[in-house]
Design a protein around this ligand. Structure first.
Ligand code: ATP
Length: 333
């Protein structure tokens, strides 16, 4: 059978399908009818567009391999992704580990990454914290608190009055620094980690608040929010790159022991402090939208490949290699 590369029409689909075409694959996008022209006319990366959230039968008939991304998993939900029959690139077992804050922490701790301290008891808050709500989209409702008194004042305003109602939230040490999101690719076939690119997000309102004078900020009583609207490329100080790579290697090693492996693209969400220490607050175990500025490749992939290799194209290269080596079953679940 001739394999085709398919993905849900959103997030990083332009990149994934462009990369697949560059490697000679037939491509399929599926999703909402309204966006069909985006993928077939304005940016003609999809040979075919199927309308539907996840048209399983058609995808199976057409020999599709689905490349997962954040919007696909969010639309379908983890249970449906776990039970889907269409071949899926990557290890589905990681979905549980990254969506459960405790499992995720266990994994990142095993990888010996520096993580923000988590406070189970708000009365123990002894430094600035960020208070996160489970499942909050775009950091909606997240707030900062400087000590326990400040925490309880702000928490009461949103209906958290006692320690019994803390299950909905996580209180994390607020790390002062800049966000840095390295994107990796782990080739299961070659047993090799690659650094693909690095980004930071453009988030409203946090990135807009600095455009308003401090005195007006007070008067307007603004709230922080972190709704992502785009991504900026970052080229990191070269002296930090070895650390970035070693962090990725440790994540891969820890995943081998805990989850049966992590392969394909993944990203560490970090804050880099003025001590030049990376503090990791999340892992995304698949392609992230932060790779989108690099459809023509990044400085790092240019050095390695001497041709424009995006993360989307790298995925297609891996699938092509697996087909040629007759080991496609090793990388699909
Ligand atoms: P995602 O889509 O990655 O799940 P989210 O909307 O759930 O994101 P987080 O990524 O948890 O939200 O956090 C939103 C923003 O808050 C981040 O982009 C980062 O800038 C900031 N942030 C998160 N945790 C910390 C922390 N411990 N210290 C400092 N800043 C943080």
């Amino acid at each position: 059978m001739e394999w085709r590369i398919a993905t849900y029409a959103s997030h990083s689909a332009l990149q994934i399908l462009k990369g697949a075409k560059d490697e000679g694959f037939g491509t399929i996008a599926f999703g909402k009818e309204r966006v069909k022209p985006l993928y077939t006319k304005y940016f003609p990366v999809a040979d075919e567009f199927l309308v539907g959230e996840y048209p399983e039968e058609e995808l199976l008939e057409k020999g599709a391999i689905v490349i997962p991304h954040g919007s696909f998993v969010a639309h379908l939900g983890i249970e449906k992704v776990e039970s889907m029959k269409v071949p899926y690139y990557g290890n589905k077992a990681v979905l549980r580990w990254e969506s459960d804050r405790e499992l995720e922490r266990k994994w990142l701790e095993k990888a010996k990454l520096k993580l923000p301290k988590v406070y189970d008891d708000p009365d123990e808050i002894d430094k600035p914290v960020i208070v996160k709500f489970h499942g909050a989209k775009g950091g909606k409702g997240y707030f900062l608190a400087k000590d326990s008194k400040d925490f309880w004042e702000k928490a009461r305003r949103i209906g958290i009055k006692s320690k019994e109602s803390l299950k909905e939230i996580q209180i994390q040490e607020y790390i002062i620094g800049v966000p840095v999101y390295p994107h990796y690719f782990y080739s299961k076939l070659n047993e090799e980690l690659e650094l693909m690119s690095i980004d930071r997000r453009y988030e409203t309102n946090v990135d807009g608040i600095g455009r308003i004078l401090a005195k007006d900020q007070f008067e307007l009583s603004l709230e922080n929010s972190y709704v992502v609207v785009g991504n900026f490329p970052i080229v990191l100080r070269e002296s930090l790159l070895m650390e970035v790579i070693e962090m990725g290697e440790r994540v891969i090693r820890a995943a081998k022991g805990l989850i049966g492996g992590l392969w394909g693209p993944f990203c560490l969400e970090t804050i880099l402090t003025d001590e030049l220490e990376f503090v990791v607050f999340e892992i995304s175990a698949r392609i992230v939208a932060g790779t989108n500025p690099f459809i023509e490749g990044s400085p790092y992939t240019w050095i390695r490949y001497n041709k424009p290799v995006s993360t989307g194209r790298r995925i297609a290269m891996e699938i092509k290699q697996a087909i040629e080596e007759d080991s496609i079953d090793e990388i699909l679940t």
